[in-house]
Design a protein around this ligand. Structure first.
Ligand code: GLU
Length: 552
């Protein structure tokens, strides 16, 4: 019996790897083009760190006229959840992370796009088998019959001897079976998995170059890691080597939880005679928690770790992407300041400027970016985007926006088109909170905020003088002159300087008069520009609101 007989017995129908290689041609790309992929597992949760990784992978491919692939890693069937793929695709789409090849959704059906698929690992079983078979034939892999109990015993023995844990060397029992013994066990129906017969020596060192971390030295791998599991599917390690080779990926960009597996991966590429790709390991996003402790942004403890968090709060995707770019490359912020009108695509990402110690993910900073971003949109854009948000998350407000388009746009225009635009809205959820009072439909159940003037006769007088003198054609200066007049007539200082010098001479000052009007019209003591609010409401509506106020 030979290794070939053993391989044939295990995988009788496997295709030859030569045939497979022919189907995955070397890509015809120009010199320097980079092929990257985003390879999430469909666990039903897309972490903001994954968005970060996918954004960088896409960016690097785009800026070199390369290819960006979405591959779904569903070989861990226990972690795979229903519609996990749909969630990933939706989030990528929401954030404009489009890809050239991979899994797509068309009318609710999972489909493939591209010539290097399948892009769903569970559909690639026969491919992994072919490569596993070739390794067995070349005495670089073998069936392992060890049970859980056997592995436990090995571990106990290693602990007793204070030896390194793992399946290797003399501890690797099945590695030392003869081919005949292995064949017999298979024929007897014993269960097995396929392991790598590691050619590594733990006492030797290998050096790896990582694009973010630079050179790293590791001991060689000597663990006989699992290639094909009991369910017939590959492990991450094996699938990574086979897929990234066949898909002709040039740069593997992934989370740094995989960095310690590099010796395994490099060895696998070598055993399979594949060219080793370039690696870039990204550090996890960090946060400073309530106790001031710097730690990883965690799926369990931090709601902001989910990509859906931003969507649900109406934080514009552009702001999220701007922030991600800021976190990704230290020189981005400066570039963006100097190139306000340039597209994000124009920024040149550089691995050398990626921090290797874990960037701080600062929600306050993201919110500030979001505020500035919204402040620079046109009122029409704010309208469209807040309507889109409301249609998904606040149907009542969506209807109000539809029914009051002109009013909404007028409100969003207040103090917008100026050097320093007003920054009221941190996200599209805030829009209702900041503008509800302008819409009659919402101007119902509220309490008027407290203000200085409470005397009813005086309130009536201020309001009727305002209405009598109000002319919608007045520009702001003229309008304000009239308010000053009302102030003077009622012994309120029209001029702040006079008031500050002799407060005892007055009942108050002109801002108190404006506040009376503001509260009567909006219920609030603080709003954007009252002149513009008055114009938007118009005289009739102001009258109604004043009546309502005086009756309250
Ligand atoms: N499926 C792996 C994960 O979600 C992908 C790592 C990689 O990009 O290779 O961690």
């Amino acid at each position: 019996m030979t290794n070939k007989d053993l391989a044939d017995l295990i995988f009788p129908n496997a295709e030859s790897i030569e045939n497979i290689e022919k189907k995955y041609k070397v890509r015809d790309l120009k010199e320097g083009s980079v092929v990257t992929r985003f390879a999430p597992s469909p666990t039903g949760f897309v972490h903001i760190g994954s968005l970060f990784t996918s954004f960088i992978a896409r960016k690097v491919a785009r800026q070199t006229d390369g290819v960006f692939i979405l591959r779904i890693e569903d070989t861990d069937q226990k972690r795979t959840v229903e519609n996990g793929i749909g969630e990933i695709i939706k989030d990528l789409e929401n954030y404009g992370i489009n890809y050239d090849e991979g899994i797509i959704f068309e009318n609710g059906v999972v489909k493939e796009k591209g010539n290097y698929g399948p892009y769903l690992q569970s559909s690639r079983k026969t491919i992994y088998e072919a490569f596993a078979k070739s390794l067995i034939e070349r005495d670089l892999a073998y069936p392992c019959f060890c049970t859980e109990e056997d592995l436990q015993k090995i571990k106990e023995e290693q602990e007793l001897r204070k030896d390194r844990l793992g399946y290797y060397g003399d501890y690797a029992k099945s590695r030392h079976l003869t081919i005949d013994e292995a064949v017999l066990k298979i024929k007897n129906g014993e269960k097995y998995i396929i392991r790598l017969k590691s050619p590594g020596d733990f006492n030797k060192k290998i050096e790896v170059k990582d694009l973010v971390r630079g050179r790293i030295e590791f001991p060689e791998n000597d663990l006989d890691i699992v290639l094909i599991k009991g369910d017939g599917l590959p492990t991450y390690h094996f699938a990574h080597a086979v897929d990234d080779h066949l898909m002709r990926v040039t740069h593997v960009i992934r989370g740094d939880e995989w960095i310690s597996s590099l010796p395994v991966h490099i060895q696998l590429f070598q055993c399979l005679n594949f060219k080793v790709p370039k690696y870039a390991h990204l550090s996890p996003l960090m946060k400073v928690d309530e106790n001031g402790v710097r730690r990883k942004l965690s799926k369990r403890h931090d709601p902001e770790s989910a990509v859906s968090y931003y969507h649900e709060r109406g934080i514009p995707k552009e702001a999220v992407m701007l922030y991600i770019m800021t976190v990704a490359n230290s020189n981005f912020e400066q570039w963006y300041e100097q190139n306000r009108d340039a597209k994000l695509e124009d920024f040149k990402f550089d691995f050398k400027r990626v921090g290797s110690s874990g960037a701080l993910f600062d929600l306050d900073k993201l919110n500030n970016i979001s505020k500035s971003y919204i402040s620079r949109l046109t009122a029409e854009e704010v309208y469209e985007k807040s309507l889109e948000y409301a249609k998904e998350f606040d149907k009542e407000f969506a209807q109000i926006l539809v029914d009051n388009k002109d009013i909404a746009i007028a409100v969003f225009s207040i103090e917008r088109y100026q050097k320093k635009p007003r920054k009221d809205y941190e996200n599209f959820k805030d829009i209702r909170k900041e503008t509800w009072y302008i819409f009659d439909e919402l101007f119902k159940d509220f309490t008027y905020e407290e203000q200085k003037v409470t005397d009813r006769e005086l309130l009536k007088k201020i309001i009727s003088s305002y209405l009598d003198s109000y002319d919608e054609n007045d520009e702001e200066d003229k309008w304000f002159e009239k308010i000053k007049n009302i102030a003077s007539m009622n012994n309120f200082a029209a001029n702040m300087k006079d008031y500050r010098e002799h407060p005892e001479d007055y009942l108050g000052n002109v801002t108190d008069i404006a506040t009376v009007l503001r509260v009567a019209l909006t219920s609030k003591t603080v709003t954007p520009n009252l002149h513009q609010i008055s114009r938007i409401l118009g005289k009739e509506k102001m009258k109604e609101r004043f009546d309502k106020f005086l009756q309250a």
